[in-house]
Ligand binder design. Structure first.
Ligand SMILES: C[S@@+](CC[C@H](N)C(=O)[O-])C[C@H]1O[C@@H](n2cnc3c(N)ncnc32)[C@H](O)[C@@H]1O
Length: 284
C-alpha cells in the first residue's frame, strides 16, 4: 500500500514529513528538531520546571503526536533530570509515527526511540528509561475534540504542546468549545502552560475566552512570534496587553470558531464584553 506520507528535504538541509492527504508539511521551515526546541522545549521551560517539581510525576500533553519530533526532542533535552515523566500523546492516526519509525535514519530524531515508538504503535502504551528519566508514554488514538468530551480520565498536564494543522485546514482542532473542554481538564492547583506556533488573533481570543492567560511567544526562526498560554499568569512572561486588545477589537478576523468550520469574522458583542472583562486586561 502506498504511504500517505512522504519525506521532504527542507532548504536548510534537514528532513521532514509531508502529509499527502492534508497537503501539509510538518515543521516546514526550520525543520522538526529546531522547531521543537524553540517552540516547546525552551519556551515552556520544561527542564527548569521539571527539575524543581515536587509532584510524583510530570505530565506532558503532546497534542498532534504526528511523527513524534516534538516528543523525542523533548526527551533528549530532559534526559538528565531524575524523575518520572508521563507523556500523553494525542492523534487520530499513528501512521505518521509508523512512517517516521520506518525512516528513522533519514529523519534522525526517531533514532534511539524505535523501541518505544514500536510499542506505542502496537499497544498504545509503553514504559522505558531515558537517561535519568523514567518514562510512561501513552497514545490516545482518537479524534481529539471527542476524546476531551468523553468521560475517560486523563492526567492533568503541567505542559502542553499544541501542534495541530493550521486553523484554515484543521478547524475542528481550534474551536472555542474544544479549548473550553481542554481548560476544564486542567487542575487549577497545577500550573500548566501551553505553547503553539500560531500568533493569529483568532487563536488568542479563543484561548482567552476559554479561560487562559495569554501571551506573545518566542520567535522560532520560522515565525516572528508564537503564542504561550497558561492557567497561571506567572507562566506567561509577555502577557498580551491593552495595545493587543485594541487591535483585536478592530480586527476583521478575531471571533472564535464555535463550530469546526473555518471562517473569519470580527468579534461579536459577547466576545468583546468577555475580553474586556478578562482578568488579564484588568491590571493597571
Ligand atoms: C502538524 S502534525 C503534528 C506533527 C507532530 N507534532 C510531530 O512532532 O511530528 C498535526 C497532527 O495533528 C493530527 N490531527 C489533526 N486533526 C486531529 C484530530 N481531530 N484529532 C486528533 N489528531 C488530529 C494529525 O493526524 C497530525 O498528525
Amino acid at each position: 500500500m502506498e504511504s500517505a506520507y512522504a519525506l521532504v528535504h527542507l532548504a536548510n538541509g534537514t528532513t521532514s514529513i509531508r502529509s499527502l492527504a492534508e497537503g501539509e508539511t510538518f515543521h516546514p521551515v526550520i525543520g522538526p528538531v529546531a522547531e521543537a526546541e524553540a517552540l516547546y522545549v525552551r519556551q515552556l521551560g520544561l527542564a527548569g520546571r521539571m527539575a524543581v517539581c515536587t509532584d510524583p510525576e510530570w505530565v506532558l500533553w503532546d497534542v498532534g503526536l504526528g511523527s513524534a519530533a516534538n516528543v523525542t526532542t523533548a526527551l533528549r533535552h530532559l534526559a538528565g533530570i531524575p524523575g518520572r515523566l508521563r507523556l500523553v500523546s494525542f492523534d487520530h492516526t499513528l501512521e505518521p509515527l509508523r512512517f517516521a519509525r520506518e525512516h528513522a535514519a533519514e529523519l534522525g530524531y526517531p533514532l534511539g526511540f524505535e523501541g518505544p515508538m514500536g510499542a506505542l504503535i502496537e499497544d498504545h502504551r509503553c514504559t522505558f528509561t531515558h537517561g535519568a528519566l523514567a518514562v510512561t508514554w501513552q497514545a490516545e488514538v482518537a479524534d481529539f475534540p471527542e476524546r476531551l468530551r468523553s468521560p475517560g480520565p486523563l492526567p492533568a498536564p503541567h505542559a502542553i504542546f499544541y501542534d495541530a494543522y493550521s486553523p484554515a485546514r484543521n478547524p475542528a482542532m481550534w474551536t472555542l468549545p474544544l479549548f473550553r473542554g481542554l481548560f476544564a481538564r486542567l487542575d487549577p492547583l497545577r500550573p500548566c502552560a501551553l505553547a503553539t506556533y500560531s500568533r493569529a488573533t483568532l487563536l488568542r481570543t479563543t484561548l482567552l475566552r476559554a479561560g487562559f492567560w495569554v501571551g506573545a511567544g518566542e520567535a522560532t526562526g520560522e515565525k516572528e512570534e508564537t503564542t504561550l498560554a497558561a492557567n497561571d499568569p506567572s507562566l506567561v512572561a509577555r502577557p498580551l496587553g491593552a495595545a493587543w486588545l485594541g487591535r483585536a477589537l478592530r480586527s476583521t478576523s478575531a471571533e472564535p470558531l464555535e463550530d469546526p468550520v473555518y471562517r473569519q469574522a470580527p468579534l461579536s458583542e459577547a466576545s468583546r464584553e468577555a475580553l474586556r472583562a478578562h482578568r488579564q486586561f484588568q491590571a493597571a
